[in-house]
Design a protein around this ligand. Sequence first.
Ligand SMILES: Nc1ncnc2c1ncn2[C@@H]1O[C@H](COP(=O)(O)OP(=O)(O)OP(=O)(O)O)[C@@H](O)[C@H]1O
Length: 607
Amino acid sequence: MSLLDTLLRQGALRPIDHALAQSLRRLGREQGDDDDRVLVAAALASSAVAQGHAGLDLSRPHWVCEAAVEWPTADEWRDALNASRWVSQGEADSASAQAPLVLEQGMLYLRRYREYERRLAAGLRRIAAATPEAGDLKPLAPLFASLFPGARDGDRQARAAALALVRALLLVTGGPGTGKTTTITRVLLLLIEQAHRAGRATPRIALAAPTGRAAERMAESLRAATAQLRRIDGVDTALCDALPQAGSTLHRLLGTIPGSPRFRHDADHPLPFDVIVVDEASMVDLPLMCKLVEAVPEGARLILLGDRDQLPSVEAGDVLAAITDAAGEGDAFPSNLATMLAPLLGEVPASDAPGTALSGHRVQLQRGYRQSEALQLAPLADAMRAGDADSALALLHEGVRGVTFHEDMTDPLSGAVRERLIAAWRALAAMDDPVQALRQAQRLRLLTALRDGAQGAGALNQRIEDALAGTQRDPYFQGRLLLITENSYRHGLFNGDIGVCQHDASGVPVAWFAGGSEGVRGFHPASLPAHTGAFAMTVHKSQGSEFDTVWLLLPRQDARTLSRELLYTGITRARAELHLCAGEAVLRAGLSRHSARLSGLGWRLAR
Ligand SMILES: Nc1ncnc2c1ncn2[C@@H]1O[C@H](COP(=O)(O)OP(=O)(O)OP(=O)(O)O)[C@@H](O)[C@H]1O
């Protein structure tokens, strides 16, 4: 039996991956171009994309498919692929437009994804190479010093801000609460002042994030940071008035075209902005980042904010990780840059070691500022991010303020904890004000590593809803939390948005979501885009959100989706209280695994 048929029989391929291979087999049979190895590689390249990789690494097929089969060696695979007309070699910048597959640097890509990668790398290089008109920085020094009093003492926020004045592409990375939004608010103020001093108009600024919730959180943080700025001596309040107050989703910014994967804004119709700031960049996948970068007009700035240690995007990606790797740690500036920024920063470490096109375009913020009396998460988050299971377990056993380790607890919905959780959710049913109910909804969330199975978000949600409203319940009972699972521009509702159901005076159910001029928007449940319950949700879906109390449940047994990035993302959703339900063995297994994604973006940017 052929390897392709064996994989199909073992259930290791999705029907769509198999269908791709079958159509290549059918089309190539007459010319003898139907080598089983080529067909299998094509199916795996398609499957790889569905798993978040940009393509198939010929030396690591097991990353994409765990079937117990003997894989061809990378050399055997390469020879077979080289002989097939379905495969073009990617050395030329734009590989032969006919072949559906591209082999490049040991990776086999579906053509479309290889093109996204190539175009994204080219777009980032284009923006990075542009030199914005910075003018003389000395006149900005007094305002800069008011905004960043620690600028001459190595403050990284100040370094990021200074870089933003002279760079068109800037990456500001850092964990939760390291001041990314605070810093960018100040950067925007400086850019406005810089433009005014040079006699230019106030720059047109766009704020965007991959999900509606993340865009809202970004705008909220920006408004809070603006309020702080107004209290700083030496800051002109007219400048603060010019700061943007609202954010949008990336899809809305780029302008979706119904029924098309394209956007209204692209390289030919660039975005009408001078500064584009994107938060939660780790959630942006390869196709979307490519389209965003191409829509950035000549001479505009692109500022990406994110935490590279969080889970990568669900779709093909790990784009932020590849870009930050190519940009390096950013601890030292090239010496010409260090000299240029000296009026603002004083002396900064300089190094002229050879770098990449993105060297000197990144600052990693390190100090956490979000003070919580109740929760001291940083050491645990650091250990998990580094995959250091011994330290993480030692901290959990010793006790960390605000963190409770429920060792070996596999079902928080049974026993003593059950009533505590249910009571908090029951409170939602007693609320008539949707604003208050949505606020209450942010207080507590049960997060899971898995979606399916007894410990998955789906089954737990069912049990919570049974407990709250009975098994014969009204599907939209008072106080039910809803999670939107697809983007709908018609509704202005996006994947990850959370709503709450309430019944109006005549008993008609209304699903309320944050947003709109009134602060909330009501929809009839029957008109909603795809949705599910939201008392329990996966860590993946919780990205970009935070809750006062998080219960994080790991599965009884190790699972492939468990990784240090998932654990780090899950625990850092907690603002005041974290409960971790896990066994030691599963925790260790999870922390030993990276949710790394295979991509060629790193080498494309490093060239
Ligand atoms: N240099 C600073 N000095 C004092 N407080 C700061 C400083 N920078 C940020 N903060 C405070 O830390 C908190 C978190 O800041 P901010 O929201 O900017 O962080 P962030 O990195 O954007 O967080 P998130 O993970 O939510 O994206 C805010 O309350 C802010 O006022």
